[in-house]
Design a protein. Structure first.
Lengths: 388, 383, 171
């Protein structure tokens, strides 16, 4: 095919906190600056900038992409911002990928930033406006509804219990205790802690959810000839995929995320992967709620439908298992600044595949990882496969 | 890597100040259906990826990309949204095809400005929340500041700006899609009320509604889909300072840099010689003059003189905004660049009817994202 | 990388700092008013709700009846063939018991949002609405429900013309 190879050569991130003192521009800068330092480059080396951030409503700035452009380093540079809801964090590196794979650029800065704490009184209220303005908003819907509706459908269709799901939250939060930027890491959390937490929108309980947070992550992508010059451990983007399902979500079966399957297939095809369960060494599915990790693992073809909980109960998904899932701690453990959380998974794979993940390191020199994000009205799947 | 990409299909609903009988989905479907028919493709079967340009606050819905796929044929297909102008969208589709992974990509943009009842407040919400918004000024003030400095530094006169309005709105009379065609004199323009001195109301484009979709294809596919492929010679885009406090107030640096990028790709050293027809930003009349200078068609301060002399009229040296521009077609929010590129495509195909300019082979479209941004893009097309 | 870096950027603020007046902030609110053109599809849906009927649309090619109605079929990418009045009964596809309002206030009696597959539409095609007149502990996926309408004179042509769906008592 003669497709240009693209690698991740640097990464940086801020802590994920409930409320950051830094302004959105400052958060972007911190992450971008750290990413540049990690591979000893400067903004002069960067040819284009791609930014991902969630809906403008959270930051309270219209044309938020323009507002953040200088914080992301896009002064007098080609700059674009993409969004696909929550899937943005894993989409924006795809955007960086096509900038380079197209041959127009050789080095691209990819930034994902989120400052949700600006929204008053609580960022959750902003989600009212994601629903259809005529057929749904008059019912005053709540973000928790769509998750709860999907979680209920998933549990009922496959006979999955709350305890099956809660083990995901336990494992991710414990993993996150080893992540220096984590907001919700807890080495001692137990299943009972999750199951006894306050019911928000049954079946969703408080500890099933990753709360809104502030944070930013940045990675640097480069074409092959540059990547080889900068580092002896480039992490290649081997496959990308994304799919957006119909907006009419009440006309779909919520028990299975088919859009994640199609996105995954697109990425597997590009990476030449025929047996994902054998060839993917680390999986970082999107986990804003614990059941979502399971839901997505099934969509990614890494588990049979309705059987993803077994990956956790039989140890496959633990850091020392056959296919570690969310060794970073995921969103449940590290935090949920929407777009930044997805890019955090890309950064995690970058560090893991280079053996630089410190206390979180997956043993056995993992070769290939998959990061996935999801968003919109149970609609979009974005997948990136990285490999050494 | 696929180097050559062409526009093989275009569809446009036309522009009107209000479109009460159609929801935005129905309006976009109309444009999409026309484009796919023009290209001879079935989006469900043939189009491999879709790009849309949209901003949440222009739709009144957060995460607006949720609502984009169905009406463009993208349900359960690779679709993503860019917060940019239509030309950023075309550049994105261009990059996607060049990766070699996709052969046919669609790009859509639309405006339902008539549905935004408090548009000036929404636009003001784009100003810096801490440093600028507390001043509680209508965003046109930024254009007023820029226009003042531009006139001061380049020696351009107010009459020069008015000449742009006269030309573009007269051109619009020949464009059945344009709602704001008029036969005005310079006096008519200058005697309108003041918006933000020196910017007058009649130098400011009104908004309109409409939708446009384009289909792009790789060289192999383009050759058998159409006998009039319009090739993308160059695509450039750039952002200058986001903060007002750091701006060069007289020059459209983002346009200079975007043009530089596009000219380099197209191998163009002398824009005036190479380009036969141009559609440039005229959200505010002075912007057209500023853009012509930034694009390298003339030196600083000359654009106004050339306009008054008729050099940029349809039948002269460099026809600019033969479509009527934003002043004639309306300010289409994110779809502005698409409307400009649409005109260039029609002209290069010889399908521009009463507006057809003779002997055009290379055309340029340029856009700006409007106040308070300093972001713009340039596209160079050839037949 | 993470093994080498000791300090990650990001300064965390807590709520008490705000209460104590230690943080400078400014407050702004958008007056965002929108009047969305409903168009033919949703316009017909709303007009039909005013008449106490849930409207769907039918695609000959897919042979599916969908709700809410639209003028084009997103799967075939061609116009829908006709509007189809549906029943106002259905089956609960999924539901939740929500103890938090959209603006994050705690409530004691839960709101019960649900997706209700409407009778007359194709399987797995429904709308989102609320359940009412039901004990939260009794709600089940698969439960049959019936729309409770506002009195005809009070209907405005809105999704709220249906107050909620209540369970159909089995004979």
């Amino acid at each position: 095919m003669g497709m240009r190879k693209v690698a991740v050569i640097g990464a940086g991130m801020t802590k994920f906190v409930r409320r950051a003192q830094e302004t959105p521009k400052e958060l972007s800068w911190e992450a971008a600056h750290m990413a540049l330092e990690s591979c000893e480059m400067t903004m002069d080396d960067i040819e284009a900038v791609c930014l991902g951030t969630a809906p403008d409503a959270f930051d309270g700035v219209h044309l938020n992409g323009e507002y953040l452009s200088d914080g992301a380093g896009a002064w007098r540079k080609p700059y674009m911002r993409s969004y696909v809801g929550g899937g943005t964090g894993v989409f924006v590196p795809i955007q960086g990928w096509y900038h380079i794979a197209s041959g127009l650029f050789d080095v691209v800065m990819v930034v994902a930033e989120e400052k949700m704490s600006s929204y008053y009184p609580h960022a959750q209220a902003a989600f009212l406006t994601i629903f259809d303005h005529t057929t749904e908003r008059p019912l005053k819907p709540n973000l928790l509804w769509i998750f709860a509706l999907e979680m209920n459908r998933y549990m009922t269709t496959y006979g999955i219990s709350k305890a099956d799901i809660a083990q995901v939250a336990v494992q991710h939060k414990r993993n996150a205790a080893d992540h220096p930027c984590a907001l919700l890491g807890d080495a001692n959390i137990t299943l009972d802690d999750i199951l006894n937490s306050e019911v928000l929108a049954w079946p969703v309980q408080r500890f099933d959810v990753s709360p809104v947070s502030d944070g930013a992550v940045a990675v640097i992508l480069a074409a092959e000839h540059i990547a080889k010059r900068i580092t002896d451990k480039p992490v290649w983007i081997e496959g990308v995929g994304w799919h957006l399902d119909t907006a009419y979500w009440t006309n779909r079966d919520l028990a299975y995320p088919r859009y994640v399957e199609y996105a995954a297939r697109m990425a597997y095809d590009m990476a030449g992967i025929k047996e994902p369960r054998k060839e993917i060494n680390i999986a970082e599915p999107y986990d804003p709620f614990d059941y979502k990790a399971l839901h997505h693992l099934e969509g990614l073809q890494l588990a049979e439908r309705g059987k993803a909980p077994e990956l956790y109960s039989d140890g496959t998904a633990s850091r020392t298992g056959n296919m570690p899932v969310c060794p970073s701690g995921g969103l449940l453990g590290v935090g949920n600044p929407i777009a930044a959380a997805g890019l955090m998974k890309i950064a995690e794979l970058f560090w893991q595949l280079r053996g630089e993940a410190g206390a979180r390191q997956v043993p056995g020199q993992p070769r290939r990882g998959l990061a996935q994000a999801w968003g919109d009205l149970m609609q979009v799947g974005t997948v990136v496969i990285m490999g050494r | 890597m696929q180097e050559r990409v062409a526009i093989v299909g275009v569809g446009c609903t036309g522009f009107r100040s209000i479109t009460p009988e159609q929801s935005y989905k129905e309006m976009v479907y109309e444009a999409a259906m026309r484009a796919y028919t023009d290209a001879g493709v079935d989006p469900r079967r043939d189009v491999e990826s879709f790009v849309t340009v949209a901003e949440d606050f222009h739709e009144g819905t957060s995460i607006f990309d949720e609502y984009t796929p169905d009406q463009i044929g993208g349900a359960l297909k690779p679709v993503h949204t860019i917060t940019g102008d239509g030309l950023h969208g075309i550049a994105t589709a261009y990059m996607l095809i060049r990766t070699g992974q996709f052969d046919i990509v669609a790009i859509e943009g639309h405006s339902k400005a008539s549905n935004i009842k408090t548009l000036s407040e929404v636009t003001a919400y784009a100003q810096d929340p801490v440093l600028n918004r507390p001043l509680k000024l209508n965003s046109h003030f930024i254009a007023g500041l820029e226009m003042n400095r531009y006139l001061f530094e380049t020696g351009t006169s107010h009459e020069h700006c008015a000449a742009v309005v006269v030309k573009n709105r007269y051109n619009a009379l020949n464009n059945p899609f344009a709602p704001y065609g008029a036969d005005l004199t310079i006096e008519d323009v200058l005697s309108g009320s003041m918006l933000s001195w020196p910017l007058g109301k009649r130098e400011t484009a009104e908004h309109s509604d409409g939708a446009i979709l384009m289909v792009l294809a790789s060289e192999d596919k383009a050759s058998y889909l159409t006998d009039k492929p319009i090739w993308i010679l160059g695509a450039g885009w750039n952002n200058d300072s986001a903060a007002l406090e750091n701006r060069d107030w007289a020059h459209a640096i983002y346009a200079e840099e975007a043009a530089r990028m596009a000219y380099r790709q197209a191998g163009i050293n002398n824009p005036l010689e190479a380009i036969d027809i141009a559609e440039v930003d005229d959200t505010y009349a002075y912007k057209e003059l500023q853009a012509l200078e930034a694009l390298g068609f003339c030196r600083e301060g000359e654009a106004g003189i050339l306009t008054v002399e008729g050099f940029t009229s349809p039948d002269s040296g460099l026809p600019v905004n033969v479509s009527g521009g934003s002043l004639g077609m309306g300010n289409l929010l994110e779809a502005n660049g698409l409307a400009r590129a649409y005109e260039i495509v029609l002209q290069l195909r010889g399908e521009a009817g009463a507006r057809q300019v003779e002997d055009v082979n290379i055309g340029l479209a340029q856009s700006w994202r409007g106040v308070p941004s300093s972001s713009g893009a340039v596209l160079i097309l050839a037949n | 990388m993470t093994a080498k870096i000791k300090e990650f950027p990001g300064i965390s603020l807590n709520e008490q700092d705000f209460v104590d007046g230690k943080i400078l902030y400014n407050f702004d609110k958008l007056n965002g008013l929108y009047a969305w053109d409903t168009g033919v599809g949703i316009g017909s849906y709303l007009a039909s709700l005013k008449n106490g009927v849930i409207l769907g649309s039918h695609c000959n090619t897919c042979r599916k009846v969908v709700v809410p109605p639209r003028t084009i079929c997103e799967w075939c990418f061609r116009p829908m063939d006709e509007f189809v009045p549906l029943k106002d009964t259905g089956i609960v596809n999924t539901f939740s018991l929500c103890y938090v309002t959209w603006d994050v206030k705690r409530i004691i009696d839960p709101e019960i949002p649900a997706v209700i597959d409407i009778d007359g539409a194709s399987p797995m095609h429904g709308i989102m609405h609320m359940l009412g007149e039901v004990d939260p502990k009794e709600v089940k996926i698969g439960m049959r429900v019936q729309a409770v309408w506002k009195p005809a004179k009070k209907r405005q042509g809105s999704i709220n013309d249906i107050l909620y769906f209540k369970p159909i008592k089995e004979e």
